[in-house]
Design a protein around this ligand. Structure first.
Ligand code: ADP
Length: 273
């Protein structure tokens, strides 16, 4: 197993006279893993995401990405290239007049040679199944399609890790499904490491592992299956169980032996979600 992210004793605060926003976080992520980082608003998820791509540096502890310490100025650009970020509002992420231009722009910005750009562009659009939209204007696409273009722009830069920071929260249910399907494909078929940061537990159903944050601390870590076993705890820290999992619990209580199925069978979750 290659540990692609290693966080040790990370603490962060925006100002010396303000409380710590992240408190002594330690965890690691293996290459090809999908980790969901869950927590209600204000729990420190976005701050953590910024620490992971070296945008901000920890005042205590360390963050290593692909073996590089984010505090090492000599390798900070290697770190930033390794980590692709997809944000909440797809409309704020476009700079190109067409889908093709938009994906090309990011590569140009990263100094990728022209011949290499020509090779990567159709490949990136194919990964997200948007090749037929290459000439379309990004703002005319649906929410899910826009996020897929944003993902193509990142894939074209060949990162090792993609961080989705509340990336599905502005999408309608179809858009969400669309985007999650794309990420699952990239995670499984391309062994892309995915970190999905969200307050929405239903997005975490697909993760290999979850970290639950509350007030800047990791309060639970485990598989979605383990974590969903404690609905009272999740509710106490402001998180709501996904509908499919709730249904599984209700059916189980009524004597239908569905808990396992509801927690592990993606088909059921897919159908209900
Ligand atoms: P989440 O992503 O879980 O909503 P954030 O990381 O955005 O949480 O915020 C965690 C805490 O840090 C909040 O209390 C927030 O007010 C504070 N915070 C976030 N960004 C800044 C900033 N730029 N300056 C000062 N405080 C901030």
């Amino acid at each position: 197993m290659v540990r692609i992210i290693e966080v040790g004793g990370l603490s962060y605060r925006y100002n010396e006279d303000q409380p710590w926003v992240l408190r002594d976080l330690s965890f690691s992520v293996n290459k090809g893993e999908w980790l969901a980082i869950i927590g209600h608003n204000g729990s420190g998820k976005s701050t953590l995401a910024k620490c992971l791509n070296g945008l901000i540096l920890p005042q205590k502890g360390t963050v290593h990405i692909g073996g590089f310490d984010t505090k090492n100025e000599k390798t900070i650009w290697d770190v930033r290239r390794m980590v692709g970020m997809v944000f909440q509002n797809p409309d704020n992420q476009f700079v190109g007049a067409t889908v093709r231009d938009d994906v090309a722009f990011g590569m140009e910005n990263n100094g990728i040679p022209r011949e290499e750009m020509i090779r990567r562009l159709p490949e990136a659009l194919r990964f997200v199944k948007m090749e037929q939209f290459a000439g379309s204007e990004p703002h005319r696409l649906s929410g899910g399609q826009k996020q897929r273009v944003a993902i193509a722009g990142i894939i074209a830069l060949q990162p090792l890790i993609v961080i989705l920071d509340e990336a599905t929260s502005m999408l309608d249910p179809e858009g969400r499904r669309d985007m999650i399907r794309t990420m699952r494909y990239l995670n499984r078929e391309r062994r892309l490491t995915v970190l999905s940061i969200t307050h929405d537990l239903s997005e975490a159903v697909y993760a290999d592992r979850m970290i639950v944050m509350n007030q800047g601390e990791i309060v639970r870590e485990g598989t979605p299956r383990d974590i969903f076993q404690s609905p009272e705890f999740l509710e106490k820290i402001g998180l709501d169980l996904p509908f499919a999992v709730k249904l599984g619990h209700v059916l189980y209580e009524k004597g239908v032996p569905l808990t396992d199925a509801a927690l592990s069978q993606e088909e059921l979750v897919n159908e209900l979600w």
